[in-house]
Design a protein around this ligand. Sequence first.
Ligand SMILES: Cc1ncc(COP(=O)(O)O)c(C=O)c1O
Length: 403
Amino acid sequence: MSNLRTKLQPLALDGGTPVRGKLLPYGRQSLDERDIEAVVEVLRSDWLTTGPKIGEFEGRLATLVGAKYAVSFSSGTAALHGAAYAAGLGPGDEAITTPMTFCATANCVLYQGATPVFADVSPDTLNLDPREATKNINSRTKAIIAVDYAGHPADLAALRELAERHRLLLIEDACHALGAEYHGKRVGGIADMTVFSFHPVKHVTTGEGGMVTTDDSKLAETLRRFRNHGISSEARERQNAGQWFYEMVLLGYNYRLTDIGCALGISQLEKLEASLARRRYIATRYLRAFAHLAEIELPSARQRVEPAWHLFPIRIRPEKLTRGRAEVFRALRAENIGANVHYMPVHMHPYYRGRFGDQSGVYPVAEDAYDRLISLPMFHGMSDGDVEDVIAAVTKVLSHYIA
Ligand SMILES: Cc1ncc(COP(=O)(O)O)c(C=O)c1O
């Protein structure tokens, strides 16, 4: 039984008037004048890259998440690559990860010549299911890479226990989850290494950028070298010490984040709490507005977890609708709601199918979710009017398609 009560207006898809005139994206950066001034200040300074803003940004982020060390990278993907390297992944090794993620989570294992082994997700959070992960552990397994899907922390206690029992490194891809809390702690200080992204749709942006946090000084040192060509010191350290000598001690990359990006990141961090609060407000508003709609399944939070709400993924219930996800998606877009889909499970991408064979049906929870997922707009700068537009459009579209 549905509680859809909206008077039926023709869908924009069928020639009706859209709920709003301009497309509302699913995510977007929020920048203010202070952010712009912070960047301009660096542009006028001596150091555009490898300067003082790097350490300042890293220090602030480490404090914020409760980690001893933070190492910045040029993207979340580069940070994941650094974490895979520091975990010692190499040819012949395996890392267990979730298929319900952006492909970079698994790609970082391939960059190291190791093999990502997927394990299915839990139906409620769509996060890596520790029981499924257990089944895939063998003598080649070196790491578990969990993802905090949509900003809801992974099942970290169970994964931690699993990693310790089998002497594996636990890497947490928290690219969605800056500021999320798990059992009273912020993510970033729980796994062996936690990875963040500062892409513009994330809570804090540096344009492109990423970070790895850890409490392990050796991992931090390896990460710092890896992002700087494998060189044992940084240019500014040498300049300050009046020295030229450096050595390359491992095969690294240029994965450095610039001072320009870090200045933006520092300024953006000031607004993180406001962004989290706004996202939580929007999530609460959506949850309340959609609570009685039998046609969709809503995201939920587990006990003692405070999600960061990077995404708001709903799942349609096809048995209650006359149309599938594709049509609901198209109808929302026609109403100028920038719906999205996160994610096509990684094993379904042509590259993965080509390399590892057709694994369809092996991860039924992820695949079932993929067929039904739609991400609704969720970002700090959404006005109350934007939120109401999304609610109106979802209600309108579903009301046309009730089975
Ligand atoms: C779960 C996840 N991991 C990794 C990444 C890669 O981050 P970046 O875009 O900063 O390289 C993303 C980016 O969207 C992501 O969503």
